[in-house]
Design a protein. Sequence first.
Length: 575
Amino acid sequence: MDMSQTDLATRLGLTRAAVSAWVNGRAEPREETKHALAEVFGTNPDLVESRTTDVSPGRPLQWHHRTAHADGGREYGNAAAFAFDADMAVLAREATQNALDERLDPGRPVGVRYTLHELTGSHLSSFLAALGWDDLRPHYEQAASIGQKVSRSLRAALDDLESKDSLLLLRVEDHNATGLTGPEYQDGRFAAVVRRQLDSHKQAGGRAGGSYGLGKATLWAASRFGLVLINSTLSEPHEGRTERRLIGRLDLPWRQVGGEAFAGPAWFGEPDTDPAHKDVSRSWWADEDMVRQLHLERSGAEPGTSFLVVGAHDASGDAEELRDLHDKLVRSLADGFWAAMIGGVGAGPLLEARVTTLRDGEVVVSEERVDPHSRHPALSRALQAHLDGRTVDSLTSEDQVAKVEVPLIVTPLKGKGEGPGQGPGAPGRAAAHTCRGRGRATQSRGVHAGEPDDHHGPSPPGTAHRDDSVPGRAARRLRDGPGRGGRATGRGLPACVGASRARSVGSDGGAHLPLRARSREPPQGVPQRCRQGRSRPGGQAGDEEFRRARGPARASQVGRPERGAAPCPGLSGRA
């Protein structure tokens, strides 16, 4: 309904100034006036009063497709989605890290739950009807016929849906997180996730594990249809409400439907009545019945967000059956975040993760709590001892964990390198300071050389693990140089040495925070006597590249402070 402030004031028998004060948030209508407003707009009084009671939407839900660019530009897919493989392990890593970055109560762990749900028959039909599939189908058919890479994938997905009468959903939900707060279109968490690309909007005091806004693209990349539905419980009220803020987003390539060209993305929600965003689909406050129909249920009223990946798949091909997908999610969460799931005496774990699998509402694989001790028993035992303060300087029995100091290679922030003729902040290639940091390394009997080394998850700063009878991979790399002793990067053992994207668990008054690899300049007054050189990538190929880059310098010197050089006490980089 289009109505000016003057017209509304006339119908209510009030002044225009009074209406203007309501619109601009300077005043609130009286209770009797709220009922009169409901009558004028023909809506439920609960919408005008408390905005806490479930009400049916006043406008029908719709898909709004962005029209094509006036300059003729075309996008045949979301480039951000191609930054990652459509792999369940990648999705688990990125989605879980995003949840950790938005932890609400630092005294409690973030809870993440992954639910695989296969729909068939009438269950599938009901879901597609609630989704407005009949309106989407023409757009999918046209997008699948234009001969681009994304088009071929869409064609295969449509054919499988038709022939198999089956659709896999993956719901990723987090609890004790902030939720998608903020306005519909302006700056905020909601707009960063739903409306924008490459907008991180991380507010973790510089400690967030992501900074480019790419991680969320894995959700859409994991959908064969490029379609994700969202249900968020907010930590801060928006429009007077916090529960069941719903919206859907679809990413398709450029297409023509009914003679009209469309740019790519589309949104599922209520049509906006604001003249500035006329008929754009915006989020809506759904009732519980709609939430059930769209399989977006959340347990409890704790803040957080649920993402539903429609047509979930694992493009790697190593997990196709439900049981295999379930197991891969459990493994990926344990491998990527084993350290975040372990708490110490002074603080509990950062994360709790669970996975369950359903078919048409019936349990196929019961809910499984991800246990780092079962997947990585030796590493978990070593970290537990470190966090509990039970490490020793030298081993006297098999159940002990010893700690040793190891040198760290930490790459300074870009532009902060200090080569010849360069000072702090001077331009030029960032150098790598090699010195002893404040981090401690632990060694533990029972940590085997065959321990899987594809860990992407958090680790304590400077932590390296090895068997006490055989020098560990991280220690050998630091002692003997590249090419011997295995990897010691953030994607290898948790030494997190020279890694550019390592996750770590730091200690700040007992609170262990997940971080990406960072470094800091040594404070003023710290002697600049540490070796400088390029940080090396991990793996054998990285070793060769590093040796070529260094020239004639002996590889065995890598990772050691120069003879006689004092440690850099201020360089406790958070690797």
